[in-house]
Design a protein. Structure first.
Length: 132
């Protein structure tokens, strides 16, 4: 595979990977925690915090998306963002251990955070070496 075709494949994988988290972040900003299907009585502070965190998540995902066009040159930014995602995944794993198994969507998120993102980092590093 040529470096250009490998770059296009990595870009496609990254774009597809962003679809689910982007949808969740937008739903969190617009609907607050209600989109998760919990009881209608949600404390105001929880709603405020949930939407704030969803906004941070949305911003981080948009920064990830900004790495796609020149992914072979975006290693430092991608590594910083990935570190944030992996840390969040570790915290989600802690919740799984302490509180119990989350819903399917959250388990998929855990897989993205602790498996797919590190693999994308390795792939990007390989691609960057091929372009130098």
């Amino acid at each position: 595979m040529t470096p250009r075709s490998e770059k296009r494949l990595l870009q496609a994988v990254m774009a597809l990977t962003l679809l689910l988290p982007l949808t969740a972040a937008i739903a969190g900003v617009i609907g607050g925690p209600r989109f998760l299907g919990h009881p209608p009585a949600i404390p105001t502070d929880l709603d405020s915090h949930f939407r704030y965190v969803s906004g941070l998540f949305l911003g981080m995902l948009l920064l990830f998306a900004s790495c796609i066009p020149a992914v072979e040159r975006k290693g430092p930014r991608l590594r910083l963002l990935a570190a944030m995602v992996i840390l969040g995944g570790a915290c989600r794993l802690l919740s799984l251990i302490l509180v119990g198994m989350p819903s399917l969507g959250h388990r998929i998120g855990l897989g993205i955070e602790l498996v797919e993102v590190p693999l994308i980092l390795l792939w990007q590093a390989r691609l960057a070496r091929r372009f130098t």
